[in-house]
Design a protein. Structure first.
Length: 132
């Protein structure tokens, strides 16, 4: 999968909208000296026939950089409009936008994001810098 192209993952249609480097904190999440926050904005649509729970243990991210090293996940799925943790039920056909936050070295360049959906146990890898 690639950025901005939707894909199916368990009960969700998922699209990774963007990946941004943020030099300072994101809400209460603060990188250590020499690090930055990497914010991944994701949109999901519940394509199942019923309401489905959405929180940080339902879709688990793993971000790796160009060197193949895993980038440290801050552990939270944040609301898109505030730095609060997202934990909600999503109605059938409803769409939700949220953010994952990671801590990376200042020089780190992100290469791929793996998203694992816990109910289906399926993982999709999104290439963040696909070759043209």
């Amino acid at each position: 999968a690639v950025v901005a192209v939707p894909f199916e993952l368990g009960p969700w249609d998922v699209s990774v909208e963007k990946v941004e480097d943020v030099p300072g904190p994101v809400g209460d999440l603060s990188p250590e000296a020499g690090q930055k926050c990497v914010v991944v904005t994701v949109v999901v649509k519940n394509v199942s026939k019923s309401e489905t729970g959405l929180h940080s243990s339902m879709i688990v991210p793993k971000l790796t950089d160009e060197d193949g090293s895993e980038v440290s996940f801050a552990g939270y799925m944040l609301k898109n409009t505030s730095p609060e943790s997202l934990n909600m039920s999503v109605e059938s056909e409803a769409q939700v936008r949220f953010r994952f936050v990671f801590y990376a070295s200042q020089s780190s360049k992100q290469a791929k994001l793996a998203l694992r959906e816990q109910l289906s146990e399926r993982t999709i890898v999104v290439m963040l810098n696909p070759t043209k």
